[in-house]
Design a protein around this ligand. Structure first.
Ligand SMILES: *[C@@H]1O[C@H](CO)[C@@H](O)[C@H](O)[C@H]1NC(C)=O
Ligand SMILES: *[C@@H]1O[C@H](CO)[C@@H](O)[C@H](O)[C@H]1NC(C)=O
Length: 294
């Protein structure tokens, strides 16, 4: 692509098309702070390609699954069903809306392959292309499921990925995108094995709260971890970062440093997919500042 670029740029329109096709995407987590604006407003910024709804923190081992969207809405009174219009609005803009299961403070683990199957069926019927009379986010059909597994055990996540993926492959079924948010030390304890299934479309790796592999330890450390993550049989790998210094304990990279130093070093890798940010509440100008360089 690079060698054709100067030639193509004689024709301004072609040049634009080529430069856009090369661009990475921005994924943002939304849902854990009621003061971060609505989902529809988040999508209306046009800064994001993915919005990841956080979280479904309770599921597995026979527990009744329950979402937690902080101050946005009360799932116990079914008030989150009114997010359906926002989800539809996001999707009409070409933004993928994904449900994140797990999180840093959840109560979740899978006790068997059969438990994984039951959770997959629950997710399909309640958030994806299946049917249920008690869909927590209403009728909107989400684009996929994000595995943000940071606790519990490391078992049966590969089974959950397989069951979910198979639901998406059924006749006429809409594809179920799978993503994951592992920590940057490689391999990830909780979902390292699940990622080896090759079923994940997007892996946004948390290069924050993980000093050994984040930018603050030097570009060598970051690049070493980045290369390791690019060996995973997944569609695209994204660099996960805090959207501001307050968004994480460590790992924030100022926008200027990211665009001048970090992105140029990783963008050439075959699986580079862009940048993931935690989270909308903290994104006060960061995504728009980096967008043209991602
Ligand atoms: C495992 O999870 C299933 C639900 O999938 C539940 O019915 C069962 O009681 C659990 N088994 C144990 C031993 O906790
Ligand atoms: C959904 O309802 C809650 C109240 O439960 C409200 O705060 C929120 O703004 C509503 N969202 C939409 C998209 O209508």
């Amino acid at each position: 692509m690079a060698s054709f670029f100067p030639l193509a740029c004689f024709f301004v329109s072609i040049c634009l098309i080529l430069s856009q096709s090369n661009a990475g995407k921005i994924a943002i987590y939304w849902g854990q702070n009621g003061n971060e604006g609505t989902l529809a407003a988040t999508c209306a910024t046009a800064d994001y390609d993915f919005v990841i709804i956080a979280f479904l923190p309770t599921f597995g081992n026979g527990q009744t699954p329950i979402i937690n969207l902080a101050g946005h809405c009360d799932p116990y009174s079914n008030a989150c069903t009114n997010l359906t219009s926002d989800i539809n609005s996001c999707q009409s803009k070409g933004i993928k809306v994904i449900l994140s299961i797990g999180g840093g403070a959840g109560s979740y683990y899978l006790n068997s392959t059969d438990d994984a199957k039951q959770v997959a069926t629950y997710l399909w019927n309640n958030f994806l292309g299946g049917q249920s009379s008690s869909r927590p986010l209403g009728d909107a059909v989400l684009d996929g499921v994000d595995f943000d597994i940071e606790g519990g055990t490391n078992l049966y996540w590969d089974d959950l990925a397989r069951y979910l993926s198979n639901y998406g492959k059924r006749g006429g079924g809409r594809k179920v995108y799978l993503s994951a948010a592992p920590q940057c030390p490689f391999p990830d304890y909780y979902i390292g094995k699940a990622l080896q299934t090759g079923l994940f479309d997007y892996v946004w790796v948390q290069f924050y709260n993980n000093p050994p592999c984040q930018y603050s330890s030097g570009m060598d450390s970051l690049e070493k971890a980045w290369k390791q993550w690019n060996s995973v049989p997944a569609g695209e790998i994204l660099l996960g970062l805090p959207a501001s210094a307050e968004a994480a304990g460590t790992g924030f990279v100022p926008a200027g440093t990211l665009t001048s130093t970090v992105l140029p070093a990783i963008k050439g890798s075959a699986k580079y997919g862009g940048v993931m940010l935690w989270s909308k509440y903290y994104d006060n100008g960061y995504s728009s500042a980096i967008k043209n360089a991602v």
